[in-house]
Design a protein around this ligand. Structure first.
Ligand SMILES: [Zn+2]
Length: 369
C-alpha cells in the first residue's frame, strides 16, 4: 500500500520504522530471534526503501545519523541486540521479582545485588554456561560485544569468577563464600611479597570455608600471564567490582546507567561504534572539489535547515551521495540512446551536470546573484 505512494526516501524510512519494524519489537524483545530472520527483514526493508531496486547507498552509511550523512535507517541486527540488552536494567532493578527467577537461579543464588560482578563485568564466555537458556546467553553475548566495541577494560581478566581463562574441570567457577570475604581477584591471593599465599596463610587471612584441594585447584588454574598482570596492577580498582553502583563506565567518556538505560540507548551505543565508515559519494566529491573532511558535518547538517520542501531536501541528499541520475546513467541503462548533455551536447555525468557544464554554472551564478 505504501509503495504506491510517491514518498521521499526520508518518508519511506519513517514508514519502515513506525509501521514496519514496530510490529517486531514486542516479539523480538521477548523471544530468541531465529537465524535468518535478520537478513530476511533487512532485505524487505531495503527493497521498500529503494522501491524494489538495487541499493544505491551503502547500508552502513544510511544507518548513521543525519549529521553524519545518514538517514537514521534502523539496523535490524543491532535493534534486536539492543532489545535484548534492555533486559539488563530490567533484571538489575527488579531483583526479586518473578522476572528474574531464571537468571537468578543460574547466576545469583546467594549473591543478591552483587550480580553486577558475576554477570556483566567479569571476563566471561557464554560457551561455558551450558545450562543457561539461549535467551540469556544472547543478552550476555551482546553485552560482551558492547564492551569490546568500547574497549572496556577494568582489569576484569584478573577477576577469579566466571573467568573464561580460569577453568576448574573445564568450567569457570563462582564461589559466593569467597566473594563475601572480599576475595575477588588474583591480587587477593597474593602475599605482600608478590608470591601466592600458601594454604595456611590463606586460611589465616580469610576465615572462610575452603578445602586444601579447592584452594590449590584455583591456584593451578590461574594462567601465568594473568598472574603477572595481577602482580603489576598497582592501580586495580577493587571497589569497581564490589560496588552496587548503577553507573557502568564502558570507557572514559561513555557510561551506561543500569537503572535508566533503555533499548534505544543501547541501540545508539552500538550503532555509533559499528557504522563509522566514510560515505562513498561525499568522498568522491571531496576529491573532485577538494572539500575538507571536517566541512562535511556542516554540509550534512545543512540538509535539515536548507529548505522546508522535502523533495528539494531529497534532491540535496541524493546529490551529496552522488545518486542523481543524469543522461550518462540513462544511456547506461538503455533508457536513452545517447549520453549527451541536454544543454551543451557534451558527454554527460554528475560531474558535468553540476560542475563542468557551462549552462548550469551560469544558471547557478544567476541564482546566487
Ligand atoms: Zn552540459
Amino acid at each position: 500500500m505504501w509503495s504506491a505512494r510517491d514518498l521521499t526516501i526520508f518518508g519511506r524510512a519513517m514508514i519502515l520504522k513506525t509501521l514496519g519494524l514496530l510490529q517486531l519489537v514486542y516479539s523480538a524483545s521477548n523471544l530468541v530471534v531465529p537465524k535468518g530472520t535478520v537478513d530476511l527483514v533487512k532485505t524487505k526493508l531495503f527493497r521498500f526503501l529503494w522501491r524494489n531496486k538495487k541499493d544505491k547507498i551503502k547500508r552502513s552509511g544510511l544507518y548513521q545519523d543525519q549529521d553524519s550523512g545518514g538517514i537514521r535507517m534502523t539496523d535490524t541486527n543491532i535493534m534486536f541486540k539492543a532489545l535484548k540488552l534492555a533486559w539488563i536494567p530490567r533484571l538489575i532493578t527488579s531483583d526479586k521479582s518473578n522476572l528474574c527467577s531464571i537468571p537468578n537461579h543460574f547466576f545469583l543464588r546467594e549473591w543478591g545485588r552483587a550480580n553486577k560482578v558475576c554477570m556483566y563485568v567479569c571476563n566471561y564466555d557464554t560457551k561455558h554456561f551450558n545450562d543457561l537458556p539461549v535467551f540469556y546467553k544472547e543478552i550476555l553475548d551482546n553485552f560482551n560485544e558492547l564492551k569490546n566495541l568500547y574497549v572496556f577494560y577494568q582489569k576484569q581478566d584478573i577477576i577469579l569468577f566466571n573467568n573464561k581463562e580460569i577453568l576448574i574441570d573445564g568450567k569457570p567457577f563462582l564461589w559466593s563464600v569467597w566473594f563475601k570475604n572480599g576475595i575477588i581477584s588474583f591480587k587477593d591471593l597474593l602475599h605482600e611479597t608478590g608470591n601466592l599465599l600458601t594454604f595456611h596463610a590463606f586460611s589465616l587471612k580469610y576465615s572462610c570455608k575452603t578445602s586444601f584441594l579447592q584452594y590449590y585447584q584455583v591456584l593451578s588454574a590461574i594462567p601465568k600471564h594473568l598472574l603477572s598482570i595481577a602482580k603489576q596492577s598497582v592501580t586495580f580498582k577493587k571497589s569497581f567490582f564490589t560496588s552496587k553502583d548503577d553507573i557502568f563506565p564502558l570507557n572514559e567518556s561513555t557510561q551506561i546507567n543500569f537503572r535508566t538505560a533503555r533499548s534505544r540507548d543501547f541501540y545508539r551505543l552500538l550503532v555509533s561504534r559499528t557504522h563509522t565508515h566514510a560515505h562513498t559519494g561525499p568522498k568522491r566529491w571531496g576529491e573532485k572539489l577538494s572539500i575538507k573532511k571536517d566541512s562535511w558535518t556542516s554540509i550534512f547538517k545543512s540538509l535539515k535547515s536548507i529548505c522546508k520542501e522535502t523533495r528539494l531536501r531529497e534532491f540535496q541528499f541524493k546529490s551529496i551521495h552522488r545518486i542523481v541520475i543524469t543522461r550518462r546513467e540513462l544511456f547506461k541503462f538503455g533508457i536513452k540512446t545517447d549520453d549527451e548533455c541536454l544543454y551543451c551536447g557534451c558527454e554527460d555525468s554528475i560531474d558535468h551536470t553540476f560542475i563542468e557544464c557551462s549552462f548550469t554554472t551560469s544558471f547557478a551564478k544567476k541564482v546566487i546573484i
